[in-house]
Design a protein around this ligand. Structure first.
Ligand SMILES: Cc1cc2nc3c(=O)[nH]c(=O)nc-3n(C[C@H](O)[C@H](O)[C@H](O)COP(=O)(O)OP(=O)(O)OC[C@H]3O[C@@H](n4cnc5c(N)ncnc54)[C@H](O)[C@@H]3O)c2cc1C
Length: 386
């Protein structure tokens, strides 16, 4: 289809990538975000090869490679630091055709904004949507009204557009644990510079990944009931207490992190939903399928959505609603499977059933690296770019 005007609500990685893809497809794009200053939520993100391939396809290959860390291996260790498994990731890269790139979220957001040919219209909170046979209209709290042929609702896990699409409220579900994340300077006392290091024990997890600029993206996970999770204390004191007795690199990490730039997040997911579209309006990214981050796939699914949606708008000619239905058909099973798998993985890692987590700990030291690579490859190769 030609000569479409697309309204995008939300300038997270889903909205920004959609804006780039749709502009490249030749469409007029307007993109709105409610915030006055666009800052990413979270410090780092691991873009697995399926997400990187979408960015390559959009001509961002060089840029993403420049901000990505060289993650050649992954290793699992016990909380005391004993090596459980050491997995060479290069055969995985060979198999799927692209490296994964852990990146700083600020770098990623900056890169996407630079490539977006229009400015994000900040301070525009969408409060309502209407549509008829010809067009769709978004209403904003500041009185602005935007009209186009298609509306992409990329307004995140607490999307207000979702209620319009589904005609019912669906609340995110608590994933059972709290995550702290941030960036620290790379240091061989913490982990090797080309390795994703993961320490597991007591149903908790501590992890470091290399990103560009000689830095590590780190995170800690601690399961806890939602009532306890709501109250965060002093970050360093909390982590020192939760990870008492863990290996020296984890103690060094807790000492070297900057509490002022460390994020604390209660993990939630959503759905899976079986409807992503209403007429001219499509849910995209976390608005449609927020996942527990235990597969590192939430953002990757958002960029896959962006590519698939722009491809159908560009390649089919029946109608906008027909193109969006095709998008829904292609994305619903893929994203539902990722949400469900990430939830199972979150429960396995974080002791929902302690016997299952113990079994996982036992299995980690015996698991063949090839089996770990195949499990990761299966998720990557389920995407639109094989
Ligand atoms: C701890 C953690 C670790 C993660 N790790 C990974 C990982 O390693 N790999 C990976 O692929 N994914 C990961 N994810 C998931 C990933 O962060 C998300 O899937 C991704 O950021 C979703 O992008 P989005 O654009 O859909 O939504 P968001 O980034 O939430 O963006 C939504 C935007 O919409 C705006 N907005 C909201 N409401 C309105 C409104 N009414 N009007 C206008 N604007 C509005 C918001 O201000 C925001 O800018 C992780 C998530 C968490 C929490």
């Amino acid at each position: 289809m030609e000569n479409l005007k697309v309204i995008i609500i939300g300038a997270g990685m889903g909205g920004l990538t959609s804006g780039i893809a749709l502009s490249q497809a030749g469409y007029e794009v307007e993109i709105y975000d409610r915030v006055l200053d666009l800052r990413p939520a979270g410090a780092g993100i691991s873009l697995w090869s399926n997400g990187v391939k979408v960015l390559n396809r959009l001509g961002l290959g060089r840029e993403i490679a420049a901000i990505g860390g060289q993650m050649n291996r992954m290793e699992y260790r016990t909380l005391a630091g004993e090596l459980l498994n050491d997995i060479d990731l290069m055969p995985l890269v060979e198999q799927v055709g692209q490296r994964p790139y852990p990146v700083s979220r600020t770098d990623l957001q900056q890169m996407l904004r630079q490539r977006l040919p229009v400015e994000v219209q900040l301070g525009h909170q969408c409060i309502g949507i209407e549509q008829d046979d010809q067009q769709v209209t978004a209403m904003f709290e500041n009185g602005h009204v935007a009209t186009g042929n298609v509306l992409i609702a990329a307004d995140g896990i607490r999307s207000i557009c979702r209620k319009y699409v589904l005609d019912t409220e669906i609340a995110p579900s608590y994933g059972g644990y709290v995550n702290w994340n941030g960036l620290v300077p790379a240091n061989p006392d913490l982990a090797p510079p080309d390795t994703w290091a993961i320490y597991v024990g007591e149903h908790k997890r501590a992890s470091l990944m290399p990103i560009a600029g000689d830095r590590f993206y780190f995170f800690f996970d601690v399961p806890m009931p939602k009532e306890d999770a709501a109250q965060g204390g002093d970050i360093r004191a909390d982590l020192t207490r939760f990870f008492a007795g863990w290996a020296p690199p984890i103690q060094a990490l807790i000492q070297s992190l900057d509490p002022a730039t460390t994020n604390r997040v209660l993990i939630h997911d959503l759905g899976p939903l079986h409807q992503l579209v209403r007429g001219r309006v499509a849910l995209l990214g976390d608005a449609a399928h927020a996942t527990c981050p235990d597969l590192g796939q939430g953002g990757c699914q958002a960029v896959e959505d962006a590519l698939v949606l722009s491809n159908y708008l560009k390649s089919t000619t029946i109608s906008v609603t027909d193109a969006l239905r095709r998008y829904e058909t292609e994305r619903v099973d893929r994203t539902a499977a990722v949400v469900a798998k990430a939830r199972r993985r979150a429960e396995q890692i974080h002791g929902k059933d302690p016997a299952v987590t113990q079994q996982w700990y036992d299995q980690l030291s015996q698991e063949k690296p090839e089996d770990v690579r195949q499990a990761i490859a299966k998720v990557i190769l389920g995407g639109p770019l094989r």
